[in-house]
Design a binder for this molecule. Structure first.
Ligand code: 6PG
Length: 239
């Protein structure tokens, strides 16, 4: 199932995403004793991590939640471009969120080695379960994760769940990312559809275009997952 929710601005989207994360992760913990959450880099999810830390962090025993990064740039984790590093700084500053269990990427070695090792770790974590919650951002070109239009990581079929990315049009060029294959195992997907610069790509995605964000959402839905698009007015535009 797919649902669109509209909010006034990025702040409201971030607040809604944070509240929803607590709800989804709590339900997973209630039913299975633990939860798996795939994190997104980018500016709009970052605001949501901060809202989560500020307003909702005490509602969950975070030691029962394991976090995975959806895509990462091949830079040290303390580098300014590291998605993981930026998110973990928010988590570590919070007495509750700092307890979260982590599948930490090892970014030493070639992008192939790094992707292959993270693939092994993520597969081992998920085993016969599913990703309870996945957050995804959207780029101006309709990319999501590090799946860019026309790039091999998006275009070529792959059975691995984590794959290397070369020649990313958004720097840095070397990255690794969850694949479309991994998105077959998602229970709840939340998409941050925020900002005027994303409006055209999102309109195309709504028309069931072949942009990565549309394809990603479609994979999740086709394999029984729920997809929630959180729009702000700037991204939705005039209908
Ligand atoms: C990355 C991100 C990327 C991001 C989008 C949206 O590593 O670049 O994972 O997929 O989510 O580009 O980013 P913004 O929210 O900053 O626009």
């Amino acid at each position: 199932m797919s649902e669109i929710r509209n909010y006034d601005d990025v702040n409201e989207v971030a607040e809604a995403a944070a509240e929803n994360a607590v709800e989804i992760l709590s339900l997973a913990i209630e039913s299975s004793g633990s939860a798996i959450w795939v994190l997104a880099g980018g500016s709009s999810p970052m605001l949501a991590y901060k809202k989560l830390a500020k307003n909702y962090a005490d509602l969950i025993d975070w030691s029962l939640v394991t976090v995975v990064i959806g895509d990462e740039r091949l830079v040290p984790l303390d580098h300014k471009d590291s998605n993981w590093g930026a998110i973990m700084r928010v988590f570590d500053d919070n007495p509750y969120l700092s307890k979260v269990a982590r599948v930490i990427p090892d970014v030493t070695g070639s992008v192939e080695q790094v992707a292959s090792e993270y693939n092994r770790m993520v597969r081992q974590l998920v085993a016969d379960k599913r990703f309870d919650l996945v957050w995804l951002g959207v780029g101006e070109d309709g990319h999501t994760l590090s799946l860019f239009p026309g790039n091999a990581a998006f275009v070529e079929p792959n059975e691995d769940w984590v794959i290397p990315v070369h020649d990313s049009p958004k720097p840095p060029s070397e990255r690794f990312t969850l694949s479309l294959k991994a998105l077959e195992y998602v229970t709840e997907l939340v998409i941050f559809a925020v900002g005027a610069s994303k409006r055209d790509a999102l309109r195309e995605a709504r028309l069931k275009g072949r942009l990565p964000i549309a394809v990603a959402a479609n994979v999740v839905e086709s394999y029984g997952g729920e997809v929630r698009w959180l729009y702000d007015d700037a991204a939705w535009g005039e209908e």
